[in-house]
Design a protein around this ligand. Structure first.
Ligand SMILES: Nc1ncnc2c1ncn2[C@@H]1O[C@H](COP(=O)(O)OP(=O)(O)OP(=O)(O)O)[C@@H](O)[C@H]1O
Length: 604
């Protein structure tokens, strides 16, 4: 069965364990979401028609075989030949196998095509979402939507749907056959089914809660395991091993207790159901015997057929209850996926958006206001005029809004008040892709990809020749360490750069920016975590790539930016001081104080 919690059906008179895997998450709008899922199968309706037909045929064997078996008994009793009936029976089972195979064949291909489509649409959508969306959602949660939720839908479509259809047809078919054979005996059999149905309902309500609690506790425990492993060095450094173990044990114990209760409850119902099923079987046997003796029913064959039907009748009900829960979980997952698909993407380019290829680089910020959330403005009325070719350093205490300025320039976010212009036009008037290409960026986040060093440097310039890549690495001062790597530029960064030092990663991202040869450079915290020798290297590289270009440098080490044409000190979202290094030192304000603290007064 699809759900990971499910255990294989225990074969107790064909009844699978009830209540197991009942930790279904209820969707908010079951019908609406199901309808949207249905709409996704648009190109596969004919295949689904086949599946429906095959499901009806597949249930045919369960429906017909007891009847044929009854006829075999009748034939033996009457002394008639049974070869033809036996051949029919064998043909029926062979046919069932073929039909089920074809059913699986259609379902697998349709199911996987639909899932392929969902995955692709979802991934395409994520790429268009504004960064503000990711601020509001944990990465882990998004990952879970892309993997677990899609997985759930996949297994449900592939497995549960065919079973649901087949069981549905089986119930209708068996009920019809039983009614045709003997309405009275059918009533007796139905009484047992109704009893089992209600009993299952009562107990599963309880087990569902217990399994939900088990899932929740499992999640908590997994979280602790993940935290423990990823933060192990911190745990060791602060000697917190014992506390960690104690916490783990508490959560482990809780999970253990709730799991035991869940299993006991789900196990408790099974034997009871078995008893009811057997009692029902006995009741039908006694009744049919009495009816036979009274001459109310025709023959032994009918009794045999009927008893076989009773044996098969209860199973589809219990299975459908389980499948329904899987469906609910899958539909709830689909709901979460549709939630992402319904999000507003980044604003599209205006119809008459301007192309931008070789800007001069005049940047003007005019009374700019911005906040990540409406209630907390981060930049407050910032006005700045930067002529083309100026090297601007943005400095200020942690959290003052420096990176936010960069986020607005690259249009990762849009201003909430005022405007930013480039060469006289509002940033929002340009084509987004053109605008982003204008910037060569080295961000705080030194993200590298699990590909070769060469591909990482050429990330923004995929057609670059090897010589250009090496030249960029030389300019960034990254060539020396790259040459020392086992396969030099072809070394694959299997762990996405985690195998390099922070400084090396920064040098690579600088080389990447160099290669773009973009007209405007943005360097955020490029020297924050490297030794002084590397810092000097980076500083030289930065000066080189900033030459003749409008450039924005954010650095905590003020020595790096003292030669900048303009230093802007941001404090609490406003410009506190602005000028050249000398001017600001002369001013003797906050900048002068920060510089003094960092370098010792001698250097001033
Ligand atoms: N994605 C975000 N969502 C909500 N608030 C944010 C987000 N990014 C930053 N902030 C908040 O905006 C303020 C300015 O952040 P910003 O990153 O611009 O500071 P900074 O000056 O670059 O700091 P640092 O020097 O530490 O990098 C901070 O209070 C921060 O908490």
């Amino acid at each position: 069965m699809a759900d990971k919690n499910m255990v294989p059906p225990a074969n107790l008179n064909g009844i699978s364990r009830p209540g197991r895997g009942m930790a279904a998450v209820k969707p908010k709008n079951f019908k609406g979401t199901l309808l949207r899922l249905w709409n996704l199968t648009k190109g596969h309706r004919r295949g689904l028609g086949w599946i429906l037909l095959l499901s009806a045929l597949a249930s045919g064997a369960s429906i017909l075989s007891p009847y044929i078996t009854g006829n075999v008994i009748n034939a033996i009793k009457d002394g008639d030949p049974i070869t033809v009936v036996l051949i029919m029976l064998i043909a029926l089972y062979a046919g069932e196998w073929l039909v089920k195979f074809l059913q699986q064949f259609f379902m697998a291909s349709i199911g996987q095509r639909v899932i392929h489509h969902i995955r692709l649409t979802l991934f395409e959508k994520i790429k268009t979402l504004p960064l503000s969306f990711f601020d509001r959602h944990q990465h882990g949660e998004l990952m879970s939507r892309l993997t677990n939720d899609v997985d759930n839908i996949s297994t449900t479509i592939s497995n549960s749907l065919t079973l649901l259809l087949t069981y549905g047809f089986t119930i209708i078919g068996i009920l019809t056959m039983m009614l045709c054979l003997s309405p009275l005996l059918t009533l007796v059999a139905l009484a047992g089914v109704v009893l089992i149905f209600f009993l299952t309902k009562v107990v599963t309500k309880h087990t569902r809660q217990l399994f939900s609690a088990q899932q929740k506790n499992l999640g908590i425990l997994n979280g602790q395991i993940e935290e423990g492993i990823s933060g192990l060095s911190v745990v060791k450094a602060f000697c917190r091993e014992e506390e960690m173990e104690r916490e783990f044990e508490e959560k482990n114990e809780k999970l253990c207790r709730v799991s035991i209760r869940a299993l006991i409850w789900s196990g408790y119902l099974m034997p009871l159901m078995n008893v009811i099923n057997n009692l029902c079987y006995v009741a039908v046997a006694v009744f049919s015997g009495a009816l036979y003796v009274a001459g109310k029913i025709s023959g032994l064959g009918l009794i045999t057929s009927f008893l076989l039907y009773v044996r098969q009748f209860t199973r589809p009900f219990v299975e459908i209850a389980n499948i329904y829960n899987n469906f609910q979980t899958a539909v709830a997952g689909a709901e979460r996926i549709f939630e992402i698909l319904d999000k507003t993407p980044e604003p599209e380019d205006k119809k008459d958006a301007l192309p931008l290829t070789h800007p001069r680089g005049d940047v003007v910020m005019d009374h700019v206001w911005f906040g990540y959330t409406p209630e907390k403005p981060v930049l407050k009325d910032i006005s700045l005029s930067i002529p083309a070719g100026t090297q601007v350093a943005v400095v200020g205490p942690t959290g003052s809004g420096k990176t936010t300025v960069i986020n607005l320039l690259t249009r990762f976010y849009d201003v909430t008040g005022g405007s930013i212009t480039l060469d006289g036009h509002d940033l929002r008037d340009y084509r987004m892709q053109d605008l982003r290409r204008v910037f060569g960026v080295v961000l705080q986040d030194t993200s590298l990809f699990a590909s070769s060093v060469r591909d990482n440097i050429a990330y923004g310039q995929s057609g670059a020749a090897m010589e250009q890549i090496k030249e960029a690495a030389r300019t960034a001062g990254a060539d020396a360490f790259i040459e020392r790597l086992p396969r030099s530029y072809d070394t694959v960064l299997e762990q996405g750069g985690a195998e390099l030092s922070q400084g090396e990663r920064q040098l690579l991202t600088i080389a990447r920016a160099v290669l773009t040869n973009a007209p405007i450079m943005i360097l955020d915290e490029a020297t924050s975590s490297v030794d002084t020798v590397t810092e000097q290297k980076i500083r030289r590289a930065m000066l080189k790539i900033c030459q003749g270009r409008t450039s924005f440098i954010i650095a905590h080490r003020l020595s790096t930016i003292r030669d900048s044409d303009l230093i802007v000190l941001i404090e609490d979202g406003t410009i506190a001081e602005m000028g050249t290094h000398e001017e600001l030192i002369q001013l003797g304000g906050r900048y002068a104080m920060m510089y003094k603290t960092q370098t010792g007064s001698a250097d001033i």
